[in-house]
Every structure is written in structure tokens, then in C-alpha cells.
Design a protein around this ligand. Sequence first.
Ligand SMILES: [Zn+2]
Length: 274
Amino acid sequence: MKTDRMKEFLCGDGRTPKNVFAALKRKLFPALSAAAVFALAGCTTACRGTSAPAGFVHVADAVPDAILEIRYYSTYNFVGDRIDGYEAPTALLTVEAARDLKAESDDLKKQGYRLKIYDAYRPQRAVTHFMRWAKKPGDTRMKACFYPRLDKSVLFAQGYIAEKSGHSRGRTVDLTLFDMKTGKEVDMGGTFDWFGIESHPGWCGDPQTGKYTGKAPDGAPSAERRITEAQFRNRMLLRSVMMKHGFKPLAEEWWHFTLANEPCPDTYFDHPVK
Ligand SMILES: [Zn+2]
């Protein structure tokens, strides 16, 4: 009841949130600290039905230029079902990760790009769903789309699926670039969640130097799957801007980045995405 009254006060009189908080501070809580007022701002978010847990923000709020295509809320993913814990087509990140992503987004916008986000914070229950799927060898509904050349049984051994994911710490994001001139995703020579060596940033080039070689690494499958120099350079553009803003890349996936400075590297959250 108390909460309902607070919501009514905050949302029911047509005032803007900014004015409401000013009124709150002036009339009800003259001694309220700026931090406490900021904390109360979560209630206006709740009024819109999109509350984020403490320490997290919605990417759509923090990085309004980003385009969201949350694959695990849909059935277009390697499992083929909506993934547990995804209750809305939205993305959450910790405040720190979202802040740095915003800086990156602003940087790229000047170059004619937007960020397209496939996944961000991922609840532990979603990772558990992946594990459950992995233990059903006969369920290969999405093999043709995401792992046509790999047997499902090797996805764990080759590091594409793990029992714990850095995404569950809220500081990791899967994303690509969207070209504002063409109105299309930038051609990366592969797609998000493609399980295969072609997704490695080192495929056909050296990510340390940014030099394209056009050669597959030793022992790799045939050259027909090589990416072009333009595709390699697009991957390197995303990578260089992410690293400039404090994110570290992954050796297996060109689309996956984690904020480098993690204060709690062993903390895995399980609140749903909504
Ligand atoms: Zn990822």
C-alpha cells in the first residue's frame, strides 16, 4: 500500500520525474542526500514497468543509440527456444559497464555507426538452460544455423558453452556494428553465436597487429571459409573501439567483450532480464 501511494505520488500527477524529485527533496526530505534522491529514481523506472536491480541499468536507458536484438528472448538462437530468465526483450548491464559502453557508442556514432546488442547480462538460470540443452544430443534443431560443422558434443570442450558465464556478472556484452549509411549490420564475415573457428578474432589475420593475412591458422579447415580483408577490418574496428573504452576481447568470439576492471570476478547473478 505504501509503495502504491509512492508510485501514485511520483507518477500520477503528470509532473516530469525531474520536477517530482525536486519536489520530493524540497518538501518531504529536506535533508535527503543527492545519492538517496538518485536511488529513489528507480521508482520512476518501476512505474514504467522496467525496474533494474541495484547496481544494474537498462542498456536502452544508458545507451539510447544502441539497437537491441535480444536473441535469447526469441527462439532464433542455438537452442531454438526462449532461454530461461529472459522475461523481456531488453538488456541489463552494471552501471560501470553501461557507462563505458555509452562512451563507445558516442565514439562510433561520430564514425557513422551504432551498436547492435545481442546479449548483455545473462542470468545464471539461462546458463543452466544451455547446460540442460547440451545434455540432449538429439536436440539439434538449430544446428544448420549455428554449428553446422561441429558435433554438439564438442561445444563444451571447445569453449563455446560453459557452466559459468562472464555474462552473469553483468559486465559482458555481445554486439556488432550497424552502419547508418547502409541501414544494415556491418559485414563481419560471420554471425553472432556461430560456433566455429571462423568466429575467432585471429581467423585470417593477427588481432594484435590488426594485419590481415588471408590465411587460416595452421591445422584449420579449408580456405573456402576465409573472410575477406574488409570483413577482418570490420572486426578489428569493433575490437579496437571496445578496447579503447576498457573492454577486453575473447579469443573465440569476435562479438564478445568484458569490462576489463572487474571488482567481483567470482560473482554470478541470477535475477531475470526484464
Ligand atoms: Zn558473449
